[in-house]
Design a protein around this ligand. Structure first.
Ligand code: ADP
Length: 284
C-alpha cells in the first residue's frame, strides 16, 4: 500500500486577507512498510500534510493516491480511507471520553460498521498490540491511568481500525522519559511486528535517528530534504537554516573530529557514538 502525494497545495482562508499557503506543490511518495519521520519547524506544514492523508483536509489543488485511488475525488467515503490510514493526533488522550477503556477502543471499529464479534476481536488485538493486558484494563476508566498508558489507549483506538498506515503527530509530547520510551517501543513494534507503515511527526532528532528509515524535512510548505537519517543529518547547515538541528551526539562527534580525533562525523545515535568513542580510546 503506497501513498502518492502529487502537487499538493493547501491554502487556508483563500482570497481573504488571512490567506496562508500551508502546503506548496508537495510531491512525495511513501512506500508500504516504511518508517518515515516528518520533521520541520512549527508552522512548516506537517499537520496540514498529515490531515490530507486521511481525508480530514481537502487540497486546494493536487492529488493524494492511496493504492492508486485518489482520495480527494468526490464520492470517496471517509470511512474507507480510515480503514487504511489511521491518524493519532497530538495529545490524543484528550479525546478519550468513554467510561471504560474497552468502550473507548470499541468506538472506532463500531463507526466502521463492524459486527460485535469483530469489534471484540479487534479491541483485544489492538490492546495486545499496544501492550495493555485486556483482562487487567478493559473495565478500568481511562482516567485512572498514567499519561503514557492513557496515550496507549488512545493509540489502541486508532489501531483497532486496523489501518495499514499509521500516522502519529508528536506521540511523545508531554510524557515523562519512561512514558516516552514505552510509546516509542510500541510504535517500533507496530512497525516491526505488524508491518505497519509509520509516519511519525517528531521534534526529537534523537528519536528520529533511532527509529526512522526515511526522513522528510518540511519548510514553508515544501519538502526540502528527503532521505535516510544519515543523508538528511549530514545536511547540518540546511537543517540549521530552517530552525532544526541534528542529534546532540552528531555535534559531539563533529567537535571531536575538529579537534583531531579520528572519529566519523556520521554519528547520529548514542549507540553509534559510544562505539566510535570506545574505538578512538582503544586506538590512542
Ligand atoms: P506544523 O504542523 O508544521 O506546525 P501547520 O500545518 O500546523 O504546521 O501550519 C502550516 C501553516 O498554516 C502555518 O503558517 C499555520 O499558521 C497555518 N495554519 C494551520 N492551520 C490553520 C488554520 N486552521 N487556519 C489558518 N491557517 C492555518
Amino acid at each position: 500500500m503506497s501513498i502518492k502525494i502529487e502537487n499538493l497545495t493547501h491554502i487556508y482562508m483563500p482570497r481573504s486577507p488571512f490567506e496562508k499557503v500551508a502546503l506548496d506543490n508537495v510531491d512525495i511518495e511513501f512506500e508500504s512498510g516504511q518508517f518515515i519521520a516528518l520533521i520541520g519547524h512549527t508552522g512548516s506544514g506537517k499537520s496540514t500534510l498529515i490531515q490530507h492523508l486521511n481525508g480530514l483536509l481537502k487540497p486546494s489543488s493536487g492529488k493524494i493516491l492511496i493504492d492508486d485511488v485518489d482520495i480527494t475525488e468526490k464520492g470517496v467515503k471517509l470511512s474507507d480511507i480510515r480503514k487504511k490510514v489511521g491518524l493519532v493526533f497530538q495529545y490524543p488522550e484528550y479525546q478519550l471520553f468513554e467510561e471504560t477503556i474497552e468502550k473507548d477502543i470499541q468506538f472506532g471499529p463500531r463507526n466502521l460498521g463492524l459486527n460485535e464479534q469483530e469489534i471484540d476481536k479487534r479491541v483485544k488485538r489492538a490492546m495486545a498490540m499496544v501492550g495493555l493486558d485486556y483482562e487487567t484494563y478493559k473495565d478500568k476508566s481511562p482516567f485512572e491511568l498514567s499519561g503514557g498508558q492513557k496515550r496507549r489507549v488512545a493509540i489502541a483506538g486508532v489501531v483497532a481500525m486496523e489501518p495499514r498506515i499509521l500516522i502519529l503527530d508528536e506521540p511523545t509530547a508531554g510524557l515523562d522519559p519512561k512514558g516516552r520510551d514505552e510509546i516509542l517501543a510500541q510504535i517500533k513494534s507496530l512497525h516491526q511486528e505488524y508491518n505497519m507503515t509509520i509516519i511519525l511527526v517528531s521534534h526529537s532528532m534523537e528519536d528520529v535517528a533511532k527509529l526512522a528509515e526515511r526522513v522528510v524535512v518540511m519548510n514553508r510548505g515544501k519538502a526540502i530534504l528527503d532521505g535516510t537519517p544519515s543523508e538528511v543529518f549530514k545536511e547540518v547547515e540546511t537543517l540549521e537554516e530552517v530552525g532544526l538541528a541534528v542529534p546532540q551526539v552528531t555535534y559531539l562527534a563533529r567537535a571531536l573530529k575538529k579537534r583531531g580525533f579520528a572519529i566519523s562525523d556520521e554519528i547520529f545515535t548514542v549507540e553509534q557514538a559510544r562505539e566510535a568513542i570506545l574505538k578512538v580510546l582503544k586506538n590512542n
